[in-house]
Design a binder for this molecule. Structure first.
Ligand SMILES: *[C@@H]1O[C@H](CO)[C@@H](O)[C@H](O)[C@H]1NC(C)=O
Ligand SMILES: *[C@@H]1O[C@H](CO)[C@@H](O)[C@H](O)[C@H]1NC(C)=O
Length: 288
């Protein structure tokens, strides 16, 4: 009887040990899974809290700092701005894409911002004040907003700005360009020749990529010699001249950098202007 009891007891202890080991392994696995789930929840919760806390005052000019949001983020200059509660601010970069609630103005930016991504929002207007104090900006991407108005000086006073995208907006005229610009994208707007002054790009002598496709242009603006890629497809251009790309009074002139011109989707029949492309290394793409 004693033997049976003892062996039952030891079997019981053994089973307990096995159970405990497997439970521990299970716990570790489950725990790391829980960790991830938990972190995800905390992230989502803090995100939705940010969205809600900034909802009320987002559009006003005042700097609005919700009390609980201030509590859960360590103090730093970037986090003091409501922008960084709504957007993601990393050193030098601000990401405000498809912000909810609707973002209708350029948000206040942390000092020293170099890269701003504010795509697919509801921004309607760019004022001269929006970027006034952020002279460190190198790239601004405002693709997919509702911009129809840009005040003079909004971009032209940014000494380091190299890339600017205003694609997929409602522009009928171009802003004044900053001198250091390398890449400019205004595809898919309503640009008209009246709104693109012949000398709009005269001072941008570092410009390499110029995208003006899917607009309502009726003429090719002056193109700086530095440009390598020029997109003018799907406009309303019906003619070109010997001075459009080349120099009518100098048949020896070669345009050194240009290696892609798209003019497809325009009414112009390029075959009618054989003397207009003699300085180019590649013919424009389009109808011949
Ligand atoms: C395209 O240009 C022609 C003149 O060359 C003009 O009559 C026509 O209205 C223009 N179309 C658009 C869509 O702007
Ligand atoms: C060609 O015309 C431009 C202005 O259109 C002028 O600045 C330049 O001096 C002329 N060059 C020659 C060789 O006549």
């Amino acid at each position: 009887m004693g033997n049976i009891l003892r062996s039952t007891f030891f079997s019981f202890i053994f089973v307990l040990c096995v159970l405990a080991t497997s439970a521990r392994q299970h716990y570790h696995r489950a725990h790391s899974r829980q960790d991830i789930q938990f972190q995800k929840e905390v992230y989502l919760e803090s995100r939705s809290k940010r969205e809600v806390t900034t909802l009320t005052d987002y559009d006003s000019d005042s700097v609005f700092l919700p009390a609980d949001a201030a509590d859960d983020s360590p103090p730093s200059t970037a986090d003091d701005l409501p922008t960084c509660l709504l957007c993601v601010c990393l050193t030098g970069s601000v990401y405000c894409e498809e912000v909810s609630p609707d973002m209708t103005n350029v948000p206040a930016l942390p000092k020293e911002t170099a890269y701003l991504y504010a795509r697919y929002n509801k921004i309607k207007k760019i004022t001269a004040k929006d970027f006034e104090d952020i002279v460190t900006l190198k790239r601004i991407d405002l693709t997919g907003n509702l911009i129809s108005q840009i005040e003079d000086g909004a971009f032209s006073k940014l000494p380091l700005l190299e890339e600017l995208s205003l694609a997929e907006n409602h522009l009928v005229k171009l802003p004044i360009m900053p001198a250091k610009l390398i890449s400019f994208n205004a595809n898919h707007n309503h640009l008209k020749t009246k709104g693109v002054k012949a000398n709009a790009f005269k001072k941008t002598n570092k410009l390499v990529n110029l995208y003006l496709a899917h607009n309502e242009l009726e003429a090719v603006p002056h193109i700086p010699e530095s440009v390598r890629i020029l997109h003018l497809q799907n406009n309303n251009i019906s003619s070109v001249s010997v001075d459009t790309f080349c120099k009518g009074n100098n048949t020896y002139y070669i345009r050194p950098n240009m290696n892609e011109i798209r003019m497809d989707g325009n009414p112009v029949n390029l075959a009618q202007y054989p003397d207009s492309f003699t300085c180019l290394k590649v013919l424009p793409i389009g109808r011949y």
